[in-house]
Design a protein around this ligand. Structure first.
Ligand SMILES: [Zn+2]
Ligand SMILES: [Zn+2]
Length: 111
């Protein structure tokens, strides 16, 4: 009786651990393009084509993206776009975390 109990207790966590592993991998894969700061490709917000993150123009729909003056990367997500009220240049909000002033003209950042 005790032996059977132990055996069933051992087999269940093993199965669960495997399915949790699969789940973790699929969540990671789905979220990676948006969560990762080191992404190398981004999705065009207009036509959903995957384009290199240094590319400022979508090769598919020819949309031109504003350039982040802090990182040099194109800003493909309008929600990530911050525009300096003085010099009118653009920055990615994630890049502004380490700045208190506009990286270009040093105008104080107001959010
Ligand atoms: Zn496009
Ligand atoms: Zn500025």
């Amino acid at each position: 009786m005790t032996f059977i109990k132990l055996e069933s207790l051992e087999s269940i966590p093993e199965e669960r651990r495997l399915s949790y592993q699969d789940l973790a991998i699929s969540i990671f894969t789905v979220n990676q393009p948006k969560e990762s700061k080191n992404l190398t490709r981004s999705e065009c917000t207009y036509c959903e084509t995957m384009i290199a993150d240094w590319s400022t123009i979508c090769p598919s729909c020819n949309v031109k993206f504003p350039i982040c003056v802090a990182s040099g990367k194109p800003i493909m997500d309008a929600n990530q776009q911050w525009t300096c009220s003085r010099c009118k240049h653009n920055c990615l909000r994630v890049e502004l975390v380490s700045f208190n002033n506009c990286p270009l003209c040093h105008h104080p950042i107001s959010s």
